[in-house]
Design a protein. Structure first.
Lengths: 373, 581
């Protein structure tokens, strides 16, 4: 490695001017994370609220009235009463309601006592995510109501299965709390891999790389000239995301800031390494950006545990996620944001990230040569 | 250092690609380039010029052979070498989003130019290149010629001892080209720089002190261009005929087997023959009634002769086609009428109220420096860009109201190859025939005609991208002619083409015009303007001159130069207009 401060400085300066003047870099680095956060925070919510549910009560009695009232109180459901199951089913087929709660004729206190108060829940399974959420919420409402009913009536209640579910770390089940860390992952993948691969491919396409290589610059100077500025840009985007997540959406930041910083820096480096690696192989902007999206961005989105739970993926795919740096980073972010400095989680993930960063950067450095071949 | 070679190549070979599809780019090239001189590197497309220059810079490794540049091994000591080398790649690596000054600073830092001397050096270089007042401008907003000059300046900031330039004048207008060469001469004279420059303009090679001729990766000859030119002595003639116009004469002469090259010059045709005299050949070709007088050979003649002997240019430039009779249906009606045509981009007026007209069967050319408004005018006439004001009528259709119906009457060949590279020759033609809405029966007829006329039948099932450049151009032309347009637009059709392919294209253009097709063409090769019936020269959105090639040149005849070239006239016109502005 040979370094000459004047040359590296000149390259950094050049890169900064280009970033400043290129609306796309600023867009991807700063505007996009802010926009994503706003969309995820305000627009899309993965929480289901006031879900329309049809309620059919065969024989109304105080008990059924009490349960329906419990349902109404819950912020997750909006009950619509129907006279018969037939009418309700038709409403569901026209997607007026997402589910039907059917309280059978012998839904009585005695039935409850004996452990067989019959009710059916029919859920529209077209949207599997909502269906699962609804099931969960219903379980919650049901067990809460049972407890309350038992307390007020003073009679013990036998239920066939005692459902007790507790949700840890995000007790309110607010999806925007775990989406903020996710946006940071996506932003860093975009800046690190996509943007870096793109700007280097652009230098090949426009012939500027050939001109650079004909000057006395060294390979390491060219590599560092790309790593430096985009590292700063990526960290800047992260600061914006964290600031917005905490300030605007009130996401908790339980862990410490410096662990967050360290994790982000390592992930960004591995992302940059990936970007550099892609650009040493693909020298057209089109190919480089396609490969960067497929190899880094999509996996970070789908397979990192940011949107879909890794635990519920099929075995082989779960194994595959161990190859993705994003996976470790998402785990780190969720821990730091929602649980705090849990070292048993943080240390192994940090180690995995540093391994990946040095691996990618190392290969990129090895593969880059001062030559057009 | 004068006398000692600055570059010494010994048995350089280089191949690209995998074993099955090996392409030999260079094949045992050995040559020495003298210090303190301007040496030209000349050769047709694909001769290996760029590969050779890249090997000299050390950016590519030769498969075999030794490269010694300024006493260093270019392959092993590339980084040391880079410090005393100025290399300007074909598409020079200017950062378009950096200003002129920022580009200079960057390259000065990279080359390690001493900080103290910089201010003086920058202003000297910028002044020399005529860029002093553009320091704050983004280099992406400079004209093509200015970009090339800035590129040259950037390679000079580090005070190199050897300058390597890869086709620095491609796509640059003649005026900027002259200025660029003037800079090169100054550098050689004042700084004693050694310069090695590749070019596809043969008249530029004539200005060099030494020329290296390359063809298909092999060295053809090395030497003083005047000496090389002398090799064609006795083989160049100027032919005139009382019966035939220059275009018909050209078309006949070009088909005589012993004629290597022919071009229209004024009222006559200049020919280069393979050997001996023209007399016998002319008799054979049935051209009894014309006069032929010997003329002095040029470097380009020797170049074409050398290539001709190597078999290049044979069998590819003489497409079947038939020489046609003189203008069967030139009625003289105006096919293109332009009156007070203007085009604004925002507040900038790219074309300023120009007026001209083109008659049926004319070859009409638009000439002008980069950024003159040529392309804008061209696009408006093709119906690709709506005019801001004024009248533009093509084949009787007003483009402001009926651009789509006008397009059915015109054929357009874009500057870049714009066919489908992965379709075969036939599939491309079928696609365009359908796109133009030809009835099924006519499609087959016209495709058959095009294959015959352009000699494309043997390549029918070849992918378009695999065709040699000359054939790609033929295919592009064939596709544009399938619907028998009245008007054909050709946008810099000869840029980057080698002399043989260019000659063939102009022959075809002449023949199409004789069949009554009206042709509008732009070019940077000013000697090609001689092939046109009339032309206009535009600069800064205004017409500077209009007329036949003879009329354009006439005002610049002097006692010293009784026969000014088109380039001379062009440069003087532009300079005069700038002086007034």
């Amino acid at each position: 490695m040979s370094f000459e401060p004047m040359r590296l400085g000149a390259l950094w300066r050049k890169e900064w001017i280009q970033i400043r003047r290129d609306p796309a870099s600023i867009g991807i680095g700063v505007v996009l994370p802010a926009l994503l956060l706003l969309i995820f925070g305000y627009g899309i919510s993965l929480d289901a609220l006031r879900l329309p549910i049809g309620v059919v009560v065969e024989k109304p009695n105080p008990l059924t009235a009490s349960f329906v009232a419990g349902l109404e109180e819950s912020r997750y459901f909006a009950p619509h009463p129907y006279g018969s199951i037939g009418v309700a089913e038709e409403a569901m087929s026209r997607t007026k309601v997402e589910a039907i709660l059917w309280l059978w004729g012998d839904f009585t206190r005695r039935g409850l006592r004996e452990g067989n108060a019959p009710l059916s829940l029919i859920v529209n399974g077209v949207d599997a995510n909502t269906a699962r959420l609804m099931e969960g919420y219903f379980q919650g409402v049901w067990s809460q109501w049972l407890n309350w009913e038992a307390k007020t009536s003073g009679e013990p209640i036998l239920t066939p299965v005692d459902v007790e579910s507790r949700i840890w770390f995000n007790p309110a089940l607010e999806s925007r709390h775990y989406l903020a860390p996710g946006v940071i992952v996506i932003n860093m993948t975009l800046v690190g891999a996509l943007l870096t691969a793109l700007v280097i491919a652009r230098e090949w396409e426009r012939g500027t790389m050939e001109a650079l290589l004909s000057t006395p610059v060294s390979v390491s100077e060219i590599l560092w000239s790309k790593i430096g500025p985009y590292f700063v840009l990526g960290m800047g985007g992260m600061a914006v995301s964290v600031g917005m997540a905490v300030g605007l959406f009130g996401a908790p930041l339980v862990g410490s800031l410096w662990v967050l910083f360290l994790a982000a820096a390592l992930f960004l480096l591995s992302s940059l390494g990936m970007g550099l690696l892609i650009s040493t192989v693909f020298r057209s902007t089109f190919l480089a950006s396609m490969v960067a999206v497929v190899a880094t961005f999509l996996p970070a989105f789908i397979l990192s545990g940011f949107i879909f739970d890794i635990g519920s993926m099929p075995g082989p795919i779960r194994l595959f996620t161990y190859l993705l740096a994003a996976r470790y980073f998402v785990a780190l972010l969720q821990t730091i944001f929602l649980a705090g400095n849990v070292w048993t989680v943080i240390l192994p993930n940090l180690a995995a990230l540093s391994l990946m960063a040095s691996l990618f950067l190392g290969i990129a450095w090895k593969k880059s040569r001062r030559s057009l071949e | 250092m004068r006398g000692a070679p600055c570059i010494s190549l010994d048995g350089i070979s280089k191949c690209f690609g995998k074993v099955e599809k090996r392409v030999v780019a260079l094949d045992g090239v050995s040559v020495e380039i003298a210090s303190g001189r301007i040496t030209g590197l000349v050769g047709p497309d694909g001769a290996g010029k760029t590969t050779l220059l890249r090997i000299i810079t050390g950016l590519l490794r030769p498969d075999e052979g030794r490269v010694t540049v300024l006493g260093l091994d270019a392959t092993r000591q590339q980084q040391e070498l880079a410090a005393s080398l100025g290399y300007m790649p074909q598409r020079f690596g200017l950062y378009e989003d950096l200003t002129v000054g920022e580009n200079l600073d960057l390259y000065a830092d990279l080359q390690g130019a001493p900080k103290l001397e910089r201010a003086a050096r920058f202003s000297e270089l910028l002044h020399m290149a005529g860029l002093a007042s553009f320091r704050e401008r983004l280099s992406g907003n400079l004209s093509g010629g200015m970009k090339q000059k800035l590129g040259l300046v950037c390679t000079l900031v580090g005070s190199p001892r050897l300058l390597l330039l890869d086709e620095p004048t491609v796509g640059v207008d003649p005026l900027s080209r002259r200025e660029l060469w003037a800079i090169l001469f100054r550098l050689r004279d004042e700084k004693g720089l050694s310069i090695f420059v590749s070019t596809s303009y043969l008249e530029e090679a004539e200005r060099c002190q030494q020329v290296v001729l390359l063809s298909k990766g092999r060295l053809l000859s090395v030497g003083d261009p005047r000496e090389i030119a002398a090799q064609a002595a006795g083989r160049t003639f100027r032919v005139e005929s009382n019966e035939l116009g220059p275009r018909a004469l050209h078309s006949r002469l070009a088909r005589i087997p012993g004629v290597l090259s022919s071009s229209i010059e004024g009222t006559g045709v200049r020919v280069l023959v393979a050997s001996g005299s023209l007399g016998g050949l002319a008799e054979e070709g049935g051209l009894g009634g014309c006069r032929a007088e010997p003329v002095a050979p040029r470097f380009s003649d020797a170049f074409l002769a050398a290539l001709g002997e190597k078999g290049e240019g044979q069998g590819r430039s003489r497409a079947p086609g038939t020489p046609s009779a003189e203008h069967p249906r030139r009625s003289g009606e105006d096919v293109i009428v332009v009156r007070d045509l203007s085009r604004f981009f925002g507040k900038f007026e790219a074309v300023k109220k120009i007026s001209f007209h083109v008659r049926a069967g004319e070859v009409f050319s638009l000439l002008g420096p980069n950024g003159a408004g040529k392309s804008t005018t061209f696009r408006m006439l093709c119906g690709l860009l709506p005019p801001s004001a004024g009248l533009a009528r093509v084949a009787g259709v007003d483009l402001r109201t009926g651009a789509a119906s006008a397009r059915a009457r015109i054929g357009y060949v874009a500057q870049k190859f714009s066919l489908y590279a992965s379709l075969t020759v036939r599939q491309n033609m079928q696609f365009f025939a359908r796109a133009y809405g030809l009835p099924r029966k006519e499609q087959a007829e016209r495709i058959g005609w095009a294959e015959e006329e352009f000699g494309l039948a043997p390549y029918r099932d070849a992918d378009a991208e695999a065709l040699p450049l000359g054939f790609k151009q033929r295919l592009a032309l064939a596709c544009a002619l399938l619907h028998e347009p009245d008007v054909l637009f050709l946008d810099e059709p000869t840029s980057g083409m080698d002399p043989f392919a260019r000659e063939e294209l102009w022959l075809r253009i002449g023949e199409m015009a004789q069949q009554g097709v009206t042709i509008l063409v732009t070019t940077h090769h000013l000697e090609e303007a001689e092939f046109c019936d009339r032309l206009i020269i535009i600069a800064e959105g205004r017409i500077l001159a209009e007329g036949t090639p003879g009329e354009i040149k006439a005002p610049f005849r002097t006692a010293q130069a009784p026969e000014p070239s088109m380039e001379e006239a062009f440069v003087r016109l532009i300079e005069r207009s700038r002086g007034e502005g």
